[in-house]
Design a protein around this ligand. Sequence first.
Ligand SMILES: [Zn+2]
Length: 80
Amino acid sequence: MSLFQPTVANLLKCPYCGNESSFFEISDDVITTTHYVQNQDGSFTIEDRSSQSLGDVKLFCGNCEEDLSSFHQRFAEMIF
Ligand SMILES: [Zn+2]
């Protein structure tokens, strides 16, 4: 018996509740770097923002909130 039958779209699917549309990610120890450009009137505009996680990154189902971290690598490869 396989919980993960391949489909045409090969969607990531929560094995606990079947959710395949909503997920969230939690990152530990995140360093966020934000680059600003100062405008002539003294205000600042965000030019670029990047973040780097030094700790664990965990993936959770957005519906039942089960830990889906074993799928995280595949998840990360599919973010466009
Ligand atoms: Zn779920």
